[in-house]
Design a protein around this ligand. Structure first.
Ligand code: GAP
Length: 455
């Protein structure tokens, strides 16, 4: 597949950032623009910054700014609420990133967690074989490569001061293994019976050969994973169940399900532990790519970690449960949500985020910043609302500019305190999507905003 660099130098000050965009038929200039516009908005409004920017950046590493952190936290909290808090059959853990290296030996990652890598003989750039469908170097255009060799994606490090072979360990490349090695601990303390799941949200690290496309593929990223333990005879039933749950979750994020394709992963493409995998692929502007994955990991992991069957239940012989694994990337969720929400209308740019994901759920403005009585009442409303909600305050410029600014970051409701408010205890509330304004009583504001968040 030929690639074209989309440079966004001018948007990033001194940092030169190149996003590689494959030239496929599905990509028009319009969608290339979309990626550029979203990256620009992220930087301009404090969603996502290039990492270590004042030192010229650090290739393919990104930092979440104030608004990006809120958006990302809202996605993670929603996920936890849906898949852990509101279910009887699920518990959560939060494990370490550095585990005993024996974990990775047993899990097969040390031997098998590798991508085939080739090197361009002309410019020595290295690529994943999968990314070079028509074997042309995206950097120099030459077509001569070294034969593929396996490159292990595990990030190595040393424990303690001596960089000796015996001190080598690894950062986890998936959160999943902590759920397997803690299986008995969780079982003994949480007293669950099959089927049940263990969930975790956390960082994973992979020494990716070709990171890129903004936060789509990075070396450090976050996952939201579930290991759902079932009897072997039930695996197909629960695979189908989680397939539907994942599709429903994607819809709930405001992502157009028509742009999501469930793709059966073929034998040689599947991870070493999986008997069946479905990828949920989303039509990103740079091509249709994996958003999430669903795998049937059989009893592969538990058998490798536990010599004896770890599951016991009254009246049942000890056994190794089988595992269905729905795995969700946090950063890819953020990217898909932003791409879907970004809209350009006649006079404004608006992020039509689902209100529950918006960094600020409301904004409060005094009509005029130089009228103390308006500021005082607006400030009281602001302080009351932010006991439970994330609320923005803005008293700069005119109301039109403030609306523009809040639309661009997706704030679903803007509240303005004017002179009538002082007499009638009411305010104007303006809806982000319809831009309609209505007058409502101050004491009904919290309820009105809550209703918006339910949507
Ligand atoms: N435990 C199974 C597992 O890790 P995976 O398909 O390798 O499976 C799961 O990863 C999800 O993690 C992916 O669907 C994607 O959302 C996210 N992910 C994987 N590698 C990533 C990377 N380098 N950057 C950002 N997200 C990544």
């Amino acid at each position: 597949m030929p690639w074209t660099p989309l440079e966004i130098t001018e948007l990033m000050g001194l940092t030169k950032i190149i996003i590689m965009i494959p030239k496929t038929n599905q990509i028009s200039n319009g969608v290339e623009d979309l990626m550029q516009k979203v990256v620009s908005l992220c930087k301009r409004r404090g969603f996502i910054f290039p990492s270590s920017e004042i030192y010229g950046g650090f290739a393919n590493a990104w930092d979440y700014g104030p608004l990006g952190t809120e958006l990302k936290n809202n996605i993670k909290q929603l996920w936890w609420k849906k898949f852990v808090q509101s279910r009887d059959d699920m518990v959560g853990i939060d494990a370490s990133l550095i585990m005993n290296p024996k974990v990775w030996e047993a899990s097969g990652h040390l031997k098998k967690f590798a991508d085939p890598l080739v090197e361009c003989k002309n410019c020595h750039s290295r690529f994943k074989v999968d990314d070079l469908a028509i074997k042309t170097c995206p950097h120099c255009g030459k077509k001569e490569f070294t034969p593929p060799r396996q490159f292990n994606l595990m990030f190595k490090t040393f424990i303690g001061p001596a960089e000796a072979q015996s001190n080598i360990t690894y950062f986890r490349p998936e959160t999943a293994q902590a759920m397997f090695v803690n299986f008995k601990n969780v079982l003994d303390t949480a007293r669950k019976t099959l089927p049940f799941g263990i969930a975790q949200i956390g960082k994973a690290l992979r020494n990716e050969i070709t990171p890129g496309n903004f936060i789509f593929r990075t070396r450090e990223f976050e996952q939201m994973e579930i290991e759902y333990f079932v009897l072997e005879k039930d695996w197909e039933k629960y695979f189908e169940y989680w397939r539907k749950e994942m599709a429903a979750w994607i819809k709930n994020l405001g992502v157009d399900i028509k742009k999501v394709h469930e793709v059966e992963v073929s034998g040689k493409e599947k991870a070493h532990y999986s008997k069946r995998t479905i990828d949920f692929e989303y039509e990103f502007p740079f091509g249709q790519k994996e958003l999430y994955g669903l795998a049937y990991r059989t009893d592969f992991d538990l058998k490798n970690h536990f010599k004896e069957p770890p599951y016991r239940e009254e009246g049942v012989d000890a056994l190794y449960p089988h595992v269905i694994e729905p795995s969700f990337g946090v950063d890819r969720s953020v990217l898909a949500v932003l791409l879907e929400a970004f809209k350009e209308e006649k006079e404004r740019v608006v992020l039509k985020l689902p209100p529950k994901l918006a960094p600020y759920q409301a904004a409060v403005f005094p009509l005029l910043a130089n009228k103390p009585e308006l500021v005082k009442l607006a400030r009281k409303i602001y302080d009351d609302l932010r006991k439970d909600l994330m609320v923005a305050w803005d008293d700069r410029g005119n109301i039109g500019k403030r609306y523009y600014s809040q639309d661009e970051i997706g704030t679903p409701a803007c509240i303005t305190v004017d002179f009538d408010s002082l007499k009638k205890d009411d305010v104007t509330i303006r809806d982000r999507d319809t831009m309609k304004q209505e007058r409502v009583k101050i004491d009904s504001l919290a309820e009105i905003i809550r209703e918006k968040l339910e949507k």
